[in-house]
Design a protein around this ligand. Structure first.
Ligand code: PRX
Length: 664
């Protein structure tokens, strides 16, 4: 737990503080630090009473809960355990009969620029219809459904439809390979797949269904009886009789009414696979009640949501951000949101800014990696600079997924936010379900590069390796001391790993986030310093180094050994750097280049294109201690191009360092 941060280094020290303007404070839902502190004090005074109040106010319950928090089987906490509700009803049906029913729920902009709008009432009809289609395929409460869909209204419909009938969805990002899909189908025991024939990104038609076919052909997926295929484009795809059905076929004749199935608050709403320290991705299991409460509440608190807002979270539904702040939060809160199918650089790198202008977006939420790449693009081409678009509709900006360096923060603040929009730098994780540390736009004075303070009721702290609190100014391990409603419930199929990963014995029952952090001496603000385990953050995508190593050594005809580390990258935050020992002599020149390409393609097949190493260095060996342990900190220095200053006396083969430093 002592790996140093690989997060990108910042040249700018930004000590300025940006307090919210009086007008913003006055109009905000959580108004000023007094408003924030009042909520924190309420949670302090009566922790369970605080959460119970919010759960009653923000969710509609079919059966009210009588017990708020059950800690009897910690760390398997239960929230609102005897209550019953339905997540889809809380996102859709609740708006029917209110002015929201005819409000636009989703403004969809396709890759080619075509725009479709759908109201809450229409969305309810479409979700119900698809829920009926799932039921007609024999999918029901408790079944798992794997969703492998493009960023479309239909992706959200598939998720909501599962929730409506009590099926547990597991969405897999479209950038994962057939092998990754197969592993997730097997681990989740999924009974059906929802996919599309193709996805459209950057003007290209990319296959999705073909990847599902490949995954199912790999074997072990006998649980799958139905593959439902959304015809995103007119191009035909392979269809297996009896197993595969198009949306048109399966929706034909289905009613647009489907009674939502009330489930227990702890019923698993979804499983979402994410990377950990070992080779195998973890199926993070979330609840229905606690998760949805936090999705709705953080929409309102963190984004200070108002009825007239046009909200846009650019994350894909394949990641947690796309679950909480696309598929659930905005709908539960009755917001109008933008969903974008394409990529920020097509047809040009001004697309985001043009879309903000076109749709009068007022809250824009994206990742630092996107901001950094758009800064680069704007520096190279005036025509795609945000100044070319009218961004006056913007009110609030957000950042998520990785640390935002102060340079990028300042650029975002000035050029996108016109120096009037607060930036909420939201720290959270797949496991936390929603934001845990973030400024509130009408309350928290902002410091660039800091996610500031925990949300009310969230007991984050910085401790040492034995769980002792660290003073402000000293770095340490980020923990959350008490449970919170939207926390991970378990790792699907692996409760022991859940306990070991998140509640290690030495940390006194605190939740271990896996990040290092430091609190500022003056304000007690949190700054995340990066992961303390073997997890990388590449373009905001979470990736396990061991996972990539396992993929490399699975190329048994070629690879003898591999070690993967991260190095800073000024656009993607971190870049993947692989050190590889082949079963044959160390290649050089063109041969090295050819083998590196072969290995990159191999990793893309094993995990997905997002896991391709940027650098591959070949060595005769890897730096090891006499007991055979690979010295990763030395590899990290080499990857960064640093001089080795660390002690290398325990190394069995110090000469290897020079060789690895030379190869590229
Ligand atoms: O290292 C932290 C980083 O992203 C990790 C969580 O990744 P994932 O589960 O994929 O969820 C990403 C979207 C919530 C964290 O452990 N991270 C996320 N947000 C921030 C961050 N690091 C610094 N600042 C953030 N705002």
């Amino acid at each position: 737990m002592s790996t140093p941060s690989n997060a990108i280094e910042s040249n700018l020290v930004e000590n300025r503080v940006f307090p919210p303007s009086d007008a913003v404070v006055k109009a905000a839902r959580v108004s000023g630090m007094a408003g924030y502190e009042a909520l924190c004090a309420e949670a302090d005074r009566d922790f369970e009473g605080f959460w119970a109040r919010l759960a009653r106010e923000h969710l509609q319950w079919n059966k009210p809960f009588t017990q708020t928090l059950d800690e009897s089987n910690a760390p398997f906490f239960r929230w609102f355990g005897d209550g019953e509700l339905n997540a889809s009803a809380n996102c859709l049906d609740r708006h029917i009969g209110t002015p929201t029913e005819n409000k636009t729920a989703i403004i969809f902009e396709a890759d080619d620029g075509a725009v479709t709008r759908i109201t809450y009432k229409e969305l309810l009809g479409r979700v119900s219809q698809f829920a009926n289609a799932l039921l007609s395929c024999g999918v029901g409460k408790g079944d798992r459904v794997l969703i492998y869909m493009p960023m479309t209204i239909e992706g959200v419909i598939a998720m909501q439809a599962c929730a409506r009938i009590g099926a547990t969805h597991s969405v897999v990002f479209g950038g994962f390979s057939a092998k990754a899909v197969q592993e997730r189908i097997i681990d989740a025991g999924a009974v059906a797949v929802v996919t599309a024939n193709y996805q459209l990104r950057g003007g290209k038609e990319l296959p999705l269904k073909a990847i599902i076919d490949e995954a199912l052909a790999m074997g072990g997926c006998d649980t799958i009886h139905n593959v439902l295929v959304y015809e995103r484009t007119k191009t035909a795809c392979n269809m297996v009789a009896g197993r595969d059905k198009t949306f048109t076929e399966v929706l034909a004749g289905q009613s647009t009414e489907c009674a939502p199935v009330a489930v227990g608050a702890e019923h698993p709403l979804f499983i979402l696979y994410t990377s950990g320290s070992t080779g195998k991705p973890k199926g993070v299991q979330h609840s229905t009640g606690g998760y949805l409460l936090w999705a709705k509440l953080t929409m309102e608190w963190t984004f200070d949501l108002r009825p007239e807002d046009i909200f846009w979270c650019t994350a894909d539904i394949g990641w947690i951000t796309g679950h909480t702040y696309v598929a659930y939060g905005p709908l539960a809160a009755g917001a109008t949101q933008i969903i974008f199918e394409g990529v920020p650089t097509f047809p040009n790198a001004g697309r985001f800014w043009q879309m903000i202008e076109r749709h009068k977006c007022s809250i824009f939420y994206t990742a630092p990696t996107a901001i950094r790449s758009l800064i680069k693009a704007a520096e190279g081409d005036e025509a795609v600079h945000p100044a070319r678009s009218d961004l006056s509709s913007l009110r609030i900006l957000g950042s998520v997924g990785e640390p935002i360096n102060p340079e990028a923060w300042m650029w975002y603040y000035k050029n996108v936010g016109g120096e009037r929009c607060p930036i909420v730098d939201t720290f959270w994780q797949t496991e936390t379900g929603g934001h845990v540390i973030t400024p509130l736009p009408g309350a928290t004075p902002l410091v660039p590069g800091s996610c500031t303070l925990p949300l009310p009721g969230i007991t984050t702290a910085i401790v040492d390796e034995s769980g002792q609190d660290m003073p402000n100014g000293a770095g340490g391990i980020l923990v959350i001391k008490r449970p919170w409603p939207s926390m991970i419930r378990t790792i699907w199929n692996d409760p022991e790993r859940f306990k070991k990963s998140y509640f290690p014995d030495e940390l006194k029952g605190y939740y271990l986030a896996g990040d290092g952090a430091v609190r500022s001496a003056d304000r007690g603000y949190f700054r995340i310093t990066g992961r303390i385990d073997d997890v990388l953050n590449v373009s905001g995508h979470r990736m396990g180094t061991m996972e990539i190593e396992s993929a490399l050594v699975a190329k048994t005809d070629l690879v003898a050994e591999a070690a993967v580390v991260g190095r800073p990258d000024d656009v993607t935050g971190e870049a993947i750097c692989a050190f590889v020992v082949l079963k044959r002599a160390r290649p050089t020149g063109d041969e090295a280049k050819a083998i590196a390409t072969e290995l990159r393609n191999w990793v893309a097949k094993e995990i997905g294109p997002i896991a391709k190493p940027k650098d591959i260095r070949f060595g005769d060996n890897l730096p090891k201690t006499r007991s055979g342990k690979i010295m990763r900190r030395l590899l990290r220095s080499i990857a960064k191009g640093e001089q080795i200053t660390q002690d290398t006396s325990t190394l069995e083969n110090p000469a290897i360092l020079d060789q690895l430093a030379q190869t590229n």
